[in-house]
Ligand binder design. Structure first.
Ligand code: ADP
Ligand code: MG
Length: 729
């Protein structure tokens, strides 16, 4: 790219006005969910008996009879066509990033030379996508070459870009899951079952416990033209080089600051699109880093919430383009400023309306609250290595341990009130929970400001897993991740813990202990046992790293080794008991994780090598030649006295030479390291080799390139700089 082109792009980016948004006159209640085959539409388009049977199947998690499928498919097709759809697609979540779709049109021969639009129950319920190229960790080679997708009736169909999308699971013919949704549904069933049994100790009428998820999606926006001038952003989702901007987030002036009008127009458009798709987006604001933003919906049942997050991520990318932006979902697109996460706010609630992690009004409510909270703490303690593995990826690794929740160690922040309550319970002999006050009213003393309710937790931003008053916030999840990974591990671990708790309470009761005493005794044991996971201090400090190691928490920092936690005997046993994963599935999935890790680093290394050799070194050399020429000319003009005049230039010439040499050496070393790693057959060892031998060379290369950026003439520098990428208005 010629230099003047870069400046032209930057100028244009700065001048770009907000794209006008078609804001409907109607209020959200008129268009909310209009692209979703929800109950209202089902009622309208399905015969009453079919509607009732479908609702019953959804509500009570019953299998759907094949006889109903034809009738449902027919109603769904009519609704979809009435709303402009031409195609249908099974929509599933393979083990890659994002979602997969294969579109088929509704048309079929009508036998008279023309076509009719049709959709059968068979096509609705099950399909065989040619999925041989989806990652499967060897399952499909070892077992059966085919896979099939099957309708998940608990998540409603929707219309996206004139295509009827049917949320499905994706499994192999032998039943192994090849996706995220299958194990998520298994984990949710398992936590429902286990938590219901325990919740019945407090309310015998409980029939189901539902897991809820409210995600907070962080992201960056970059102007489209600048984005396309950065091959690293385009190909890897992050900048592989770039010197820090003199101003970035030091002034903390971006967080909650006013939203630039271009961005606001994008957000409004996104919200409108999401609301029509039934995604209840509610919150939007600036984040800490420049050009970083966040949106969050009203929380929903976990499976649906996750579908909505995946849908949001794809809708977001599309809407951003319309506004001449590119959305960056990568966890660390820019070094030196905050990365992006996706806090997973998670809770359990009964079908009777009780929130199991919310302190209540009565001591009995609080007994239930403590019981559930303590079981979560025990589960997170027992499986802390696994939970860390569940959020780990090549991209999230850049956040981990880099002074951003997540630290590389999983711990739970409870806040002072809950900590005190736990200690008080340990010290008491009876189930007296009056120590918990619930939400206390707090008067501001200002008559124009009403009484505010204070959360009974203080906030701690450094904790990867925080109790926040009525829910837990799993903050370590990465911005580009499928939340299912974290939700599978967490719900399964908690299910397994609750089942164990229930069994132990039952044993005590069988031995003649009264119910409350049995529960209390087990609760106390769990508080004692899980002490190590409880940490309210600064998760970023070095003291904590030492302390955590002493406490026996998992402190591994290398991503490929962190994945090992899935195959620990206690993980395999837990996933087996809860029916979430078989050992075969776990092994296959880890193969995929290691392979993905390797591939991501491999791509980054290639892009970085190309940029270094083809973009950076030539430009730096050209600038250096200019300086050399200048020094020679000075000598011609001034003779010996030129030495003092070109001192500065000579220094720069030398520095450039050194950095160029360093870059060349490191690129060669990186290529060699890659070649060597590529000969390793074992995926785990290969990933470790990439982590240990390729990544460090990449850092060396970047260091020198970033130094060159400061030395070389700004006009000649071939790539948009951080200050240009990050401060678009
Ligand atoms: P904050 O930035 O303070 O963490 P946000 O409003 O950005 O809060 O996001 C909080 C998220 O937590 C929202 O999606 C919200 O719906 C969700 N949430 C609130 N209560 C619960 C709950 N009981 N269970 C699950 N998610 C919840
Ligand atoms: Mg939050």
């Amino acid at each position: 790219m010629s230099t003047s082109l870069r400046f032209k792009m930057v100028e244009e980016a700065f001048d770009r006005k907000a794209v006008a948004v078609d804001t409907p006159d109607a209020r959200p209640e008129a268009y909310y969910g209009e692209l979703v085959f929800n109950r209202k539409k089902m009622f309208e388009y399905l015969p009453l008996d079919v509607y009732n049977a479908l609702i019953d199947a959804i509500k009570n998690k019953k299998p759907l009879g094949r006889d109903l499928a034809d009738s449902i498919a027919d109603g769904m097709r009519r609704w979809a066509i009435d709303n402009g759809a031409r195609h249908y697609s099974h929509w599933f979540h393979p083990l890659t990033d994002g979602t997969a779709e294969k579109h088929d049109s509704f048309i079929d021969h009508n036998g008279k030379g023309g076509v009719v639009e049709e959709f059968s129950g068979k096509l609705l319920v099950q399909q065989e996508p040619d999925a041989s190229s989806f990652p499967n960790g060897g399952i499909r080679n070892t077992f059966e070459a085919r896979g099939y997708s099957a309708w998940d009736i608990s998540s409603p169909a929707f219309i996206l870009d004139k295509t009827l999308c049917i949320p499905t699971i994706f499994i192999s013919y032998t039943g192994e899951s090849l996706d995220y949704k299958t194990p998520l549904l298994r984990a949710l069933n398992s936590v429902d079952k286990a938590a219901t049994a325990v919740a019945r100790y407090f309310d015998p009428e409980v029939n189901h416990v539902v897991s809820y998820l409210g995600w907070e999606q962080e992201y960056f926006l970059v102007d489209e033209s600048l984005y396309s001038a950065r091959p690293d952003l385009m190909l890897t989702g992050r900048t592989l080089m770039g010197h820090e901007s003199a101003k970035n987030q030091q002034l903390e002036d971006h967080y909650f600051g006013s939203i630039p009008s271009r961005v606001e127009a994008f957000m409004l458009d996104l919200e409108l699109r999401c609301h029509r798709l039934g995604i209840p987006l509610k919150t939007r604001h600036n984040e800490v880093a420049p050009n970083q933003f966040e949106c969050a919906p009203i929380y929903e049942e976990t499976n649906l919430a996750n579908d909505h997050n995946l849908l949001l991520m794809s809708v977001m990318s599309e809407v951003a383009r319309k506004h001449n932006f590119r959305v960056l979902l990568h966890e660390k697109p820019f070094a030196g400023v905050n990365g992006s996460g996706k806090h997973n706010n998670w809770s359990l609630g009964t079908d009777r309306g009780a929130q199991l992690f919310a302190p209540g009004k009565t001591p009995r409510d609080n007994f239930q609250f403590i019981t559930f909270v303590v079981n979560v703490m025990a589960a997170v303690h027992k499986h802390n290595a696994l939970l860390k593995a569940s959020i780990m990826s090549a991209t999230n690794a850049h956040r981990l341990g880099a002074n951003e929740a997540p630290p590389a160690i999983i711990s739970i922040f409870t806040g002072s009130q809950l900590s005190q309550a736990l200690e008080a319970i340990l010290a008491s002999d009876s189930a007296d929970f009056s120590v918990l006050k619930g939400k206390a009213g707090y008067s501001t003393g200002l008559s124009q400001i009403p009484e505010i309710l204070i959360d009974n937790t203080d906030r701690n931003r450094t904790s990867p897993f925080a109790f926040t008053g009525n829910r837990f916030e799993f903050r370590a999840v990465g911005s580009s991740a499928n939340c299912a990974s974290a939700m599978i591990a967490l719900n399964a671990a908690v299910a397994d813990q609750l089942a164990d708790f229930h069994a132990k309470v039952e044993k005590r009761r069988a031995e003649g202990t009264a119910l409350d005493d049995a529960i209390l005794a087990e609760v106390k044991i769990l508080i004692e046992q899980s002490r190590a996971i409880h940490f309210d201090g600064n998760g970023y400090s070095d003291e904590w790293k030492e302390e955590a190691a002493r406490r026996g928490l998992d402190c591994e920092t290398s991503a490929p080794k962190i994945f090992d936690a899935y195959l620990l005997p206690e993980s395999v046993a837990m996933f087996g008991r809860t029916g979430v994963f078989t050992e075969v599935e776990l092994e296959a999935r880890n193969e995929v994780k290691w392979e993905m890790f390797t591939k991501k680093i491999q791509i980054e290394a290639r892009v970085l090598g190309d940029l270094a050799l083809n973009h950076i070194i030539p430009v730096a050399t050209r600038y250096q030649s200019m300086l050399i020429e200048n020094a020679c000319k000075l000598k011609e003009l001034f003779g010996d006295s030129a030495a003092s005049l070109s001192e500065g230039n000579l220094e720069v010439i030398e520095k450039i030479a050194r950095h160029i040499a360093k870059i060349r050496t490191a690129v060669h070393a990186m290529v060699d390291a890659r070649k060597k790693a590529n000969t390793i057959m074992d995926e785990r060892h290969k990933a470790i080799a990439y982590h240990d031998t390729v990544l460090p060379q990449m850092e060396t290369i970047r260091y020198s390139i970033d130094k060159l950026e400061l030395l070389v003439d700004n006009e000649m520098w071939p790539l948009p700089k951080y200050r240009e990428l990050l401060f678009i208005r």
